[in-house]
Design a protein around this ligand. Structure first.
Ligand SMILES: NC(=O)C1=CN([C@@H]2O[C@H](COP(=O)(O)OP(=O)(O)OC[C@H]3O[C@@H](n4cnc5c(N)ncnc54)[C@H](OP(=O)(O)O)[C@@H]3O)[C@@H](O)[C@H]2O)C=CC1
Ligand SMILES: CC(=O)N[C@@H](CCC(=O)OP(=O)(O)O)C(=O)O
Length: 390
């Protein structure tokens, strides 16, 4: 494993070194977000997904399934397509520590033939897997869950090949390709019905900004009147490992890069999921991983910051990956951590304008950790298994 500094500088080079064993900077032992355990779900589970969003006030209508979901005692065999990339590497790190996940296949065109050294539970060699290869492995009963960690627009042929073979395996897709498809379950466990995720075989993992923003907005959802505005600032790993205009560290040295200032796909994703139009303005910064979101929320009635803080605390009671804090959280504190922090609740003198700050690690709760949470739910393990939360 490379040191934090050398990994960051390698990953930060304009032409990213791709033949390294792992391209993620080491952050040392992953820290966790503490939370309170809640009681079991009751009426909330009978409601539709959209309705759950709509009543997103206190108390938490959709508490974690935890040990209630831990019926499966056998390991699940995992195939990871797109294993070389940032999210793929973050997943390998998590799967290596998970007691029930048995990684069997990793695909990368660039690393094909090389051994995956970061996975210590068995010997695995990177392969180039086409959609047909994946369908064949699936047909032969070799894999229980496929993770697609591919760029947007690339995974459809894989899913089609699996569907053509009537695959019963679980598929979790990290791209945006199925987030608007009603046949797929949108896997944001804190906000959709966990029992739906547990029963699903097709899960669209939410976007990184979209996860942070929805969690940041949902605590006040019933009070919103008008259009919330979200200012988002992401580390450049959010733009993937392939060199492009948004991960050029030379440009990012003394600047932040604004992009897609209207109609970013996450603006549509957040608005669609919350059933409420939002405005979202993304930017990239010169750090590697971590997103900070400053959210301006117009309210229909007057509140105090103390009341709002309490509302968020109640809304997310029992959520081990969401921490409601007093001060505005710093993005430096969330890097390498598995949850979302929300805080800095500030209300203007009218009492009807709230500003808060949410932070999230784009590669963790924004991608890999959320994927593992969804896999745990859908494969029958405790929701937080393999995720350092305490
Ligand atoms: N980075 C982030 O913060 C987040 C990313 N996501 C989403 O997750 C997905 C992966 O992102 P990320 O890991 O950053 O991306 P990367 O660019 O870092 O990695 C992409 C991976 O896909 C493989 N790949 C690329 N093109 C193809 C292709 N045509 N056929 C087969 N394999 C291909 C690459 O390996 P090789 O070229 O060796 O085959 C590599 O393993 C994206 O859809 C992204 O939108 C979601 C949330 C956060
Ligand atoms: C900094 C940066 O470029 N971030 C990416 C978002 C990260 C991501 O992967 O989002 P999806 O999963 O929705 O693709 C972007 O704005 O497209």
């Amino acid at each position: 494993m490379l040191s934090g500094v050398s990994m960051a500088s390698r990953a930060g080079a304009r032409h990213v070194v791709r033949r390294s064993a792992s391209i993620l900077p080491s952050l040392g032992p992953i820290r966790c977000l503490a939370g309170r355990q809640n009681s079991l779900p009751t009426a909330g589970l009978a409601m539709s997904q959209r309705r759950l969003y709509a009543i997103a006030t206190n108390p938490n209508p959709n508490p974690p399934l935890g040990k209630k979901n831990a019926a499966n005692e056998t390991p699940s065999r995992i195939g990871l397509i797109g294993a070389r990339g940032y999210t793929g590497q973050a997943l390998i790190e998590l799967l290596n520590e998970h007691p029930n996940m048995d990684l069997q296949h990793v695909s990368s065109r660039e690393l094909a033939g090389q051994e995956l050294k970061e996975y210590t539970k068995r010997k695995i060699v990177y392969e180039t897997l086409s959609p047909e290869d994946v369908a064949q492995l699936d047909k032969d009963g070799k894999v229980d869950c496929w993770i697609m960690a591919l760029p947007n627009g690339v995974c459809k042929p894989y899913v089609e090949a699996l569907d053509q073979g009537n695959s019963k395996s679980l598929i979790v897709d990290l791209s945006a390709d199925f987030r608007f498809d009603d046949k797929w379950t949108y896997g944001l466990p804190e906000l959709v019905k966990r029992s739906d995720i547990a029963q699903s075989r097709r899960i669209a993992n939410p976007g990184c900004y979209a996860t942070g923003a929805q969690i940041g907005l949902s605590g006040a959802l019933d009070l919103i009147e008008g259009t919330p505005v979200i200012f988002g600032l992401s580390g450049y790993s959010g733009a993937g490992s392939k060199p492009n205009a948004r991960n050029n560290v030379e440009v990012l040295k003394n600047a932040i890069i604004p992009y897609s200032l209207t109609s970013h796909i996450h603006e549509r994703e957040i608005s669609h999921r919350l059933n409420h139009q939002v405005s979202f303005m993304p930017h990239v910064a010169g750090w590697f991983r971590g997103i900070t979101l400053t959210i301006n929320i117009p309210l229909r009635k007057e509140v105090t910051s103390r009341e709002i803080t309490q509302m968020y605390q109640d809304r997310y009671a029992g959520e081990k990956l969401i921490k409601v804090v007093g001060e505005a959280p710093l993005v430096s504190a969330i890097m390498g951590r598995h949850g979302v922090e929300i805080g800095g609740f500030s209300v203007d003198p009218s009492g009807k304008r709230l500003v808060c700050v949410a932070t999230i690690d784009n590669l963790a709760k924004g991608a890999a950790t959320q994927c593992l949470q969804n896999m745990n739910l859908a494969l029958g393990y405790a929701e937080y298994e393999g995720i350092p939360v305490m």
